[in-house]
Design a protein around this ligand. Sequence first.
Ligand code: ATP
Ligand code: MG
Length: 415
Amino acid sequence: MHDILPQQSPLWHHIEGCVRQVVHAYGYDEIRMPMVEKTELFVRTIGEVTDIVAKEMYTFEDRNGDSLTLRPEGTACCVRACIENGLLYNQTQRLWYSGPMFRHERPQKGRYRQFYQTGVEAYGLAGPDIDAELIMMTARLWQLLGLKGVELQLNTLGSPIARAAHREKLVAYLNKNREQLDEESLLRLEKNPLRILDSKNPAMQQMIEGAPQLLDYLDDESREHFETLQSLLDAAGISYQINPRLVRGLDYYQKTVFEWVTRDLGAQGTVCAGGRYDGLVEQLGGKPTPAIGFAMGMERLLALVEAQGQIKPAAGADIYLVLVGDLAMQQGLLLAEQLRSALPGVRLLSHCGGGSFKNQMKKADKSGARLALILGEDEIAQQQVTVKRLREKAPQRSIGQDVLAAHLKELLQKD
Ligand code: ATP
Ligand code: MG
């Protein structure tokens, strides 16, 4: 679990602001769910033999003896919240959420035990048009963040019936090649054989290449859905790669699944992943409701924005107010208040704690501020303030306090 330090916050704000701008533009509304749910919710939805449920959840008993879990992901929570609050009753919903998720994974770059996800979920819409909308939404976000080289991988898992037919053939094939399976795959063979196709073990790749492909077992409806989605993406100019081995780590997906992947983050290259989960609402006690969603790993997005060097929002202040002497300390606090009222959005750091002029100027410089305002005995006597530009060569100037705000506005606008 990691701290987000003050120098990193501006970049977080920037990315979160871009996310908000995009989901807003598509008419999605925010939902905020609790961070703790009954353990059963995740076991039933994500699937008992998935990595998350089998070995990654933070599960504990509360004082009543109920088994609770820190949420490892948001989709199950969102569905639970929607059912509980009647949000899916005869209506569609377009929702988004953002917040920390918890998984007890082996920590490494891009993989944390508390990490932030922003997720988007759409309910009550069965067609491929909403699938395309979600993908176009993410593409717009990459563009807004100035990201390059994030590639879309697309697959369909078909209907549960098609999956079952494929599973039978797959298990037969894998059993025939049993001696080539590693330990983890042997475990998966019984309960979740599709996930073996997702194995990164180089020794197994050739055997996996030859396995029966789900795409060959697709039902007509899933095939048509997938083809229409592709034509919608083609029309929108969004390129993609069909990856028949993309199966996703959670059990509840069917039909469309997708991931946005970058090569710039090493092994943890998936920044966004999602898919259709038409059966989940009903499984959790709601009416049958088609659903699709995705989640983005915010730390990975942040790392990517940093790696590609696009944006560097800085921490610190715009203006540093230097206050020399006791009288200046008194008057300075009031002057600072007036300036904050007159200059909305401007960050004014007022010096506290006294000290020499030289010392205060050092702090002004370190704060990153573009302007230092100096208030000392002379300035007070003449109702003025000395304005010094810290980032460029320019003579300092004495400005009357009555026109100070207007003068500063002009200086700050000049870039
Ligand atoms: P992975 O294959 O990387 O383990 P996953 O399939 O477990 O990913 P999802 O549950 O689909 O991931 O989560 C969606 C996104 O959340 C991922 O694509 C990734 O960007 C991010 N994410 C998942 N787990 C972590 C983690 N432990 N630390 C940071 N980000 C994560
Ligand atoms: Mg994982």
